[in-house]
Design a protein around this ligand. Structure first.
Ligand code: F6P
Length: 341
C-alpha cells in the first residue's frame, strides 16, 4: 500500500511522534510505502512530496513542531483545489491518506473523503476542541507550559501585590485556560464557553483582596467575550488570516479591572510558547498510539475514520460524525476553575 501523510493547521508538540509511528509501523508491520506531503493540504494540492524512510524519523520522538511542515490551507475552499488533490494522489499512486490535524484540517479531510479518497485522520490541537476524542495531540504539553507560566507569574504577582491577567490560547474553547487555571491556582478563568460579566469579575477580585489576599491571577482564553448586555463594550478583533488578534481581550479586561478597582494590573500574553518545544511523554505516547491505530485502520479497510481516545482506549470514530464539530469545556470544569479564589 502507498500511504500519503500530512500534518495541517497549527503545529504542536507530539506531531513528530505520530509521523514516526506511521512510518515505523507502516514500513515494519505491513511493508507499506509512506509518502509525506509538505505543509498540509497545500503540499497535496501542489504535489510537494517527501518520501519518508526510517532515516527521516530517526531522533524525532522528543522534538516539537512537525518535520513535514504545516499550513492552514483547505482544498475545498480554493478554486480547483480538490481537482489538484486528485491529480497529485493519482500521480503518486496513493491508496489512502493519513491526515493529522485539528478542526480545519479534519473538516477538509471529510470534504476530500466525500470525493472518494480513503482517509484515516488523527486529531491534534493544543486547543483540545476536536469532537469525539477525550484528548488531541499537543494539549497536555500546552497545559503544562501554561501552568508553569502561571506558577512563575504567581511569585511576581505576590511580590508586587498585583493583579496579573494571563492570556492563553483557545479561540472557540477554553480547555487550556481552564485546566492550566486550575493547576496554577488562578482566581478567575474566562472562557469562550461562558461569556463573562466584568462587574462580577471585579466584584470577586475586590472581595478576595478585602478578605485575605493582596494579589490575584486572572486567566483569559483568547476567545473569551463579555456577556451581552453587561458593562464592557467589546468586539472580538480578527487579523488578516481570520486569527484572533492576540492580547486584545486581555488588555481590555486589564484596563477595566484597573479602572474599576484601582489595583495595579499587568498583562502577560503567552502566545505561541504554548505550541513550541519538547512534547511531554503523554503527547509522545498519544501520537505513537494514534499513528499505529491509523495505519492498522487502513490495513483493515476501515477508512474515513478518526482515531480517538476514549478513557484508556484508542478507538475509531466515523470522520463525518466529528469533522466540523467542536468539543466545548463542560460547565463543571469552568465552575471549579472559578470557585477556588
Ligand atoms: O489552533 C491552535 C491555535 O494555537 C489556536 O489556539 C490559536 O488561536 C491559533 O492556533 C493561532 O494560529 P496561528 O499560529 O496561525 O496564529
Amino acid at each position: 500500500m502507498r500511504i500519503g501523510l500530512l500534518t495541517g493547521g497549527g503545529d504542536c508538540p507530539g506531531l513528530n511522534a505520530a509521523i514516526r509511528a506511521v512510518v515505523k509501523h507502516g514500513l515494519g508491520e505491513y511493508g507499506h510505502t509512506v509518502i509525506g506531503f509538505r505543509n498540509g493540504w497545500k503540499g497535496v494540492a501542489e504535489g510537494d512530496v517527501q518520501h519518508l524512510t526510517r532515516n527521516d524519523i530517526r531522533g524525532v520522538l522528543d522534538t516539537g513542531g512537525t518535520l513535514l511542515g504545516t499550513a492552514r490551507y483547505h482544498p475545498h475552499s480554493v478554486e480547483g483545489g480538490l481537482e489538484a488533490v486528485h491529480t497529485t494522489l493519482a500521480a503518486e499512486r496513493i491508496d489512502a491518506l493519513i491526515c493529522i490535524g485539528g478542526d480545519g484540517t479534519l473538516h477538509a479531510a471529510s470534504k476530500v473523503a466525500e470525493t472518494g479518497v480513503q482517509i484515516a485522520a488523527i486529531p491534534k490541537t493544543i486547543d483540545n476542541d476536536v469532537a469525539g476524542t477525550d484528548r488531541s495531540i499537543g494539549f497536555d504539553t500546552a497545559v503544562h507550559i501554561a501552568t508553569e507560566a502561571i506558577d512563575r507569574i504567581h511569585t511576581t504577582a505576590e511580590s508586587h501585590n498585583r493583579v496579573m491577567v494571563v492570556e492563553l490560547m483557545g479561540r472557540e474553547a477554553g480547555w487550556i485556560a481552564v485546566q492550566a487555571g486550575i493547576a496554577g491556582g488562578a482566581e478567575v478563568v474566562l472562557t469562550p464557553e461562558e461569556p463573562f460579566d466584568i462587574d462580577e469579575v471585579t466584584r470577586r477580585l475586590r472581595h478576595r483582596h478585602r478578605a485575605h489576599a493582596s494579589f490575584s491571577i486572572v486567566v483569559v482564553a483568547e476567545g473569551a467575550v463579555p456577556a451581552e448586555g453587561t458593562a464592557m463594550e467589546w468586539e472580538t478583533k480578527y487579523g488578516g488570516y481570520g486569527e484572533i488578534v492576540s492580547g486584545a481581550v486581555s488588555e481590555a479586561v486589564a484596563t477595566e479591572i484597573r479602572r474599576r478597582t484601582g489595583f495595579d494590573t499587568r498583562v502577560t500574553v503567552l502566545g505561541h510558547v504554548q505550541r513550541g518545544g519538547t512534547p511531554l511523554p503523554s503527547d509522545r505516547i498519544l501520537g505513537s498510539r494514534f499513528g499505529v491505530a491509523a495505519v492498522d485502520a487502513l490495513a483493515q479497510g476501515r477508512t474515513n475514520v478518526m482515531t480517538a481516545l476514549r478513557g484508556e482506549d484508542v478507538v475509531l470514530v466515523p470522520l463525518e460524525e466529528v469533522a466540523g464539530r467542536e468539543k466545548r469545556v463542560p460547565s463543571e470544569l469552568i465552575r471549579v476553575a472559578n470557585t477556588l479564589a
